[in-house]
Ligand binder design. Sequence first.
Ligand SMILES: NC(=O)c1ccc[n+]([C@@H]2O[C@H](COP(=O)([O-])OP(=O)(O)OC[C@H]3O[C@@H](n4cnc5c(N)ncnc54)[C@H](OP(=O)(O)O)[C@@H]3O)[C@@H](O)[C@H]2O)c1
Length: 262
Amino acid sequence: MRIDATTRALITGASRGIGLAVARAIAGRGGAVGLLARSDTGPAARELGPRAVALSADVGDREQVRAAAARFIEVAGGLDLVVANAGIAHYGPFLRQDVERIEAMTRVNWLGTVYVVDATLGHLIDRASGHIVIVSSGAGLRAFPWAAGYGATKAAQRGFAEALRHELSGSGVSLTTVFPGEIGTSLHAHEKDAMPDWYHGEEAAASVEKLAAAIVGGVERDRRAVYYPPFVRLLGLNGIAPRVSDAILRRLRGGTAAPRRD
Ligand SMILES: NC(=O)c1ccc[n+]([C@@H]2O[C@H](COP(=O)([O-])OP(=O)(O)OC[C@H]3O[C@@H](n4cnc5c(N)ncnc54)[C@H](OP(=O)(O)O)[C@@H]3O)[C@@H](O)[C@H]2O)c1
């Protein structure tokens, strides 16, 4: 599908970071955007112009997601593109991590994705047209130590998206999964003093605007997946040659990225 002034896109996690950058890219082409987050997206909507709609909802609450999606469809007069992007991260060794944090990541990253797709897919199918974007992570291809809980939620998104893209074959609706590497956003702002050694942080972080442009391009070309930065694709090697991917990661990220040698 083309992203232009006819595009009506609902984007979750659009108060900042990747979601806001995607919204800016779509609004920059004249499209209507629904900015969904828990915090007030009114200021962002005003910045993006009259076709931007502020939507307040917690993606971990199915009813709130349904209500926000219905409101956007009504105000925008339809829906063409859904970007399931909202997410949170809590890093740390599993043994020292509160299970409540894993439950929270599960609710937002994984169930939040299901709720957004559930609330919108019927509309796209009825019109036999549209596109879904699911923002997973490189950690969904190969989870790192201290990201056991986070990586599991991102792998859940990947598995869901892989099956759904095939299920949608012939429906007129398609799906792209996004696998970002380290991107310069506030995802880890609350835990920046307690990050694992393999995390390279801000000096390695890639541009959120370039990722947003890659996502828009991926939708327009109906890509199965978008990897950004492109080397994130290499993490997929883990599925066929885990020892090779461990060796590459030790070289690139140091021994803490793959401390076991078996
Ligand atoms: N940054 C990276 O390096 C990176 C790498 C790989 C994958 N990702 C993925 O990219 C996505 C976006 O992350 P980001 O880096 O842009 O992080 P961010 O800057 O922290 O933005 C996260 C967005 O999600 C929203 N959000 C969080 N919990 C929510 C909830 N319960 N309901 C509705 N919205 C919620 C936040 O808004 P409110 O707090 O206002 O609700 C915010 O708009 C996430 O799924 C993340 O896992 C990021």
